[in-house]
Design a protein around this ligand. Sequence first.
Ligand code: MF3
Ligand code: CO
Length: 252
Amino acid sequence: MIHLKSEEEIKKMRSASQIVVEALNTLKEMVGPGVSTWDLDRMAEEVAIRRGAKPAFKGYSDYPGSVCFAINSEVVHGIPSKKKILKEGDIVGIDFGVILDGFYGDSAITVPVGEISSLAHKLLQVTEESLLKGIQEASPDNGLFDVSRAIQSHVEEMGFSIVRSFVGHGIGKSLHEDPQVPNFVPGNTSRSNGIKLKPGMVIAIEPMVNVGNPDIKILSDGWTAVTVDGTLSAHFEHTVAVTDKGPVILTQ
Ligand code: MF3
Ligand code: CO
């Protein structure tokens, strides 16, 4: 069931989302060679608590951290660790969410550690562009798969691949609500356009893009998703409200 949000509720979701933005900005500034994902996780939690919010992922399905990281060929859901130390040339995905006043906000960025390869740079650029192209389609009367198609087309035109095993999601009083938001047009029915988008829907759009094959596997820690072929992967996410004036990025 899709929960439509009132203006008041969207306001609350924006407040939660702005704390996520503050935390991601703080972490982005901290990122550099020698910094551990543990240090970054501590800081994100500190920002959330300072603002009266609670980290959303900690304890969700027993996830042990506050932030999900993804270094290089990791796709998503890497657990923070003192042993995971960033080095020059890495790319690191940082995915964070909070709950404030009963509502969630969720966003992710992938950032370079020092100087990165031109391939890595291109991957970050294309993945973020695909997210923005998807968001542009999140308007009333468009179908949900207009969002999916915009993301998929851009990524594939640029020669990269869309991960199929994870999708975006509705968000509100729960971190994950209906509808699922695929970053690809499901099945081979190019005619189906998915559900109609309506004012008051709030969705987390989150493309995960691999340089090589789209396949992923989960490591023995039960969480970390990595590319099967070992190529680089990137992830960007925004929480977006569908309004009668068009899409509004709450995690801007
Ligand atoms: N942002 C991710 C998502 O939307 C991370 C949540 S996974 C968790 O699904 F289990 F760690 F919370
Ligand atoms: Co999400």
